[in-house]
Design a protein around this ligand. Sequence first.
Ligand SMILES: *Cc1c(COP(=O)(O)O)cnc(C)c1O
Length: 428
Amino acid sequence: MNDERNAIYHELGIEKSVFEYCSNIEAGLKDRFVSIDEVAEINQLKVIQAMQKNRVNDTHFAESTGYGYNDAGRETLEAVYASVFHTEAALVRPLIACGTHALTVALAGNLRPGDEILSPAGKPYDTMEGVIGIRPQKGSLAEYGITYAQTDLCEDGSFDYEGIEKKLNERTKLILIQRSKGYQTRPTLSVKRIGEVIDFIKSKKPDVICMVDNCYGEFVETLEPTDVGADLCVGSLIKNPGGGLAPIGGYIVGKKEYVENAAYRLTSPGLGSEVGATLGVNRAFFQGLFLAPTVVAGALKGAVYAASIYERLGFMVVPDSKESRHDIIQAVTLKSQEAIIAFCKGIQAAAPVDSYVDPEPWDMPGYDSKVIMAAGAFIQGASIELSADAPIKPPYAVYFQGGLTWYHAKLGILMSVQKLWESRLISL
Ligand SMILES: *Cc1c(COP(=O)(O)O)cnc(C)c1O
């Protein structure tokens, strides 16, 4: 068996020395993988239980068109999401274009002129700076008289509780907590820590809305932010919860009133969640959610595998090989332009789609340096699929995530090591 397997790895271009180096490291990861599978098992059961409780049946996969009134599939899917996240309500729609849009709809629907947002974990995700108006942007919340305040995490990564308390005022309407570090160096927040900061804030100001940007975090743990006090939780379906099958979409789960407010912004005041045809995506949404726990487990194994290999090779990795995981993103500081290009070429060469394409650095709009990206995905831009990107500037860190299966993530990482090895950028 192993001979047959090794022969295919060899045909794909992985040299014996690279394969053996990485296999030795993989052998030490058995316990980590067992705990990842344990989380996946619980989450899989949670999803099945939610589908059974809401009596999912074949008619729910039918498409609706036009206004989309009485789309039973859409309504049942939203009930399933509400069950999985233990919330009163959910909005899960193909009309939500991406994660940024879902976050925008949740914010704009729940904030009014004069209200203030407080972010207790530092600067939010890049695209959110324009949405909020931290960086001037036409149509931002700032243009509607909504202000923004922020406290940074302390140097050791803990919350600055004193600073948070000082920033809370009578205008503070909504707390925006970003679970994932995104493409920053701060640690990702565990669900437990999110619960702690929510408890603290609610003890000072009980009526505030606590909203979590849950992108990249779904199903990494057995609890979600809504299990520890979040009033709203928001994410993208082309990341974790779409399971690789959702071709578009976003979700907003939480308290009925707040989800309804978001629906009035997504469609129209008065229409809310009653309209919105699903155009045949219901089946993919259901099936993607069903697969999501194991897909996330595969991506996590890939991230742990990569961290372990690149750490051994002498590079700085965040999170490190031993740390507990709260999202699927892995950062590796490769220290040179040549190394990040080689890494991305390896990820690309391992893809099922566009494997023959050579990624090159380019001037991406909105970035202050060239960026290189590797992805060979079935769904354009889906970052639950194996993908990597890196700004071409010091410290030359590459961020990578996803992999619909562990075996694909493994091949991608093996191929990245192979490319670095071929370019004589590492020694084994
Ligand atoms: C991906 C992401 C977003 C934005 O999602 P898009 O689908 O790219 O618009 C927001 N916040 C975090 C933490 C993310 O990872």
